[in-house]
Design a protein around this ligand. Structure first.
Ligand code: EPU
Length: 420
């Protein structure tokens, strides 16, 4: 397993180009299963999750080509049974359920199961497709969905923690080829859901209300091939912005969409980060001393759970007390004990982390536990004195394209050490 060796203490300086959004591209790749015609997707990040999804599409019978950021998929003839082990390995693969059901009227896929950040049930996905007329059976670790007919329906998709991103994507993708009109209330409003809707509409779907809690889908008979460019990754952008502030550097992000990052930019400004527009680019640096801020993660347009861990590092470096409350996933604080190894003073009280910031961080060997926790540990290593070894960086390769290369370009002293 590869690890990163980071020699901290160097402020990041320079320019970085933001890659396509992981959480947009995965459902868009799944949506290519809805047509027998060729789809071309651009600005596709080279991530292990994308490679995984390519394998899943191939295992279902699609022809897939991925070259220099452009993905071409032709799903002329596909089967509805996903490979058990392949699908089980990646939570995001649940988003093939809706397209398979829409196109073939049936699907069998392994249950994705929980992961380190929480139980991650799929009850809302299943509730949504059941409302469209699908029968559901769970057997032998598989979920089987089957519908003689898919009929449009009015349905409410809100759950314990609010809307569901991939649940919304799945129900939309099942409803595009259903008979009649589907209205989803409490739909997820994330930019990644809007991006999927743009792609589906380019394929001939009739979907309105994307980005609002009410999404209306008027079923069509068939979809055709389409071309699409994936939106830039707002979480990657936030990660680099925080790394710039944490190391007291100055970094310009190219391609970052400020209109997708309101809550993140608002909290960074409150924390004392200077944000300047430089044409279409955004420049981040410190605006004097950092200030503690309280943060609660929420569905979009609230502060994203996927930036919680990175922001916690910035607060650990900031004198004063910050309270960071996680409202989306029940156990997304795995980074806290690892940050403690670097000297961070953070206590967990129920869903909140109380960060007593301002103590200097010093390097140590740490273990990445999930994608965003790994990003947080890398930022902490860059800001800490001395050497930090971040182990199990396969987590970070799932969702950040060439993060070590991009950081080196900004002056970071980070090396990938190849493991067994
Ligand atoms: N939930 C249910 N029932 C369901 C589905 C979700 O109770 O059927 C709950 C979850 O347990 C959670 C909340 O609803 O408490 C929100 O989960 P959601 O379904 O929105 O998460 P997701 O769609 O599985 C996507 C991203 C995650 C991101 C979340 C929240 C992808 C591939 N994944 O997951 O990204 O954290 O939305 O924004 O799009 C990451 O990139 O690191 C990552 C984990």
């Amino acid at each position: 397993m590869d690890s990163f060796l980071i020699k901290g203490g160097t402020p990041l300086h320079g320019d970085v180009t933001i890659s396509g959004a992981k959480n947009a591209v995965l459902p868009i790749m799944a949506a290519t299963l809805l047509t027998a015609e060729t789809c071309v997707i651009r600005r596709v990040p080279n991530l292990s999750d994308v490679q995984f999804m390519c394998q899943i599409l191939t295992s279902l019978g699609a022809e897939v080509k991925f070259e220099e950021g452009t993905l071409t998929v032709r799903a002329a003839k596909i089967k509805g049974v996903g490979d058990y082990d392949l699908i089980r390995k990646m939570r995001g693969s649940i988003c093939i359920l809706g397209p398979l059901l829409g196109r073939l009227r049936k699907a069998t896929i392994s249950l994705p199961g929980g992961c380190i950040i929480g139980a991650r049930p799929i009850d809302l996905h299943l509730k949504g497709v059941a409302a469209l007329g699908a029968k559901i059976k769970i057997e032998g670790g598989y979920v089987h969905v089957d519908a003689k007919k898919l009929r449009g329906a009015d349905l409410f998709l809100g759950g314990r923690a609010g809307p569901t991103v991939l649940g919304t994507a799945n129900v939309i993708m099942a409803a595009v080829l259903a008979d009649g009109v589907t209205i989803i209330e409490s739909a997820a409003c994330e930019p990644e859901v809007i991006d999927l809707i743009h792609f589906l509409n380019a394929m001939g779907a009739k979907i309105s209300g994307g980005g609002s809690p009410t999404v209306t889908i008027t079923g069509v008979k068939s979809l055709h091939g389409a071309e699409h460019e994936v939106i830039p990754d707002r979480i990657e952008a936030a990660t680099f912005a925080i790394a710039a502030a944490a190391t007291n550097g100055e970094v310009t992000l190219h391609g970052a969409r400020a209109d997708h990052m309101h809550a993140i930019l608002d909290k960074l400004r409150e924390a004392g980060v200077k944000i300047e527009r430089n044409g279409p680019a955004l420049k981040f640096s410190r605006n004097g001393r950092l200030k503690p801020v309280d943060i609660t993660t929420l569905p979009y347009a609230g502060f994203p759970t996927d930036v919680q861990a990175q922001m916690m590092v910035l607060m650990a470096l900031t004198p004063g007390i910050s309270i960071i409350t996680e409202r989306i996933f029940e156990s997304r604080f795995m980074h806290v004990s690892e940050l403690a190894r670097l000297g961070a003073d953070i206590a967990i009280e129920g869903p909140s982390a109380i960060v007593k910031g301002g103590k200097p961080l010093s390097g140590a060997p740490v273990m990445a536990s999930d994608l965003r926790a790994s990003a947080a540990l890398v930022i902490a290593g860059l800001a800490a004195k001395g050497s930090t070894e971040v182990n199990r960086v396969y987590h970070i390769d799932r969702g950040y394209e060439n993060i070590d290369g991009k950081l080196r370009k900004l002056g970071a002293r980070i090396q990938r050490q190849e493991g067994s």
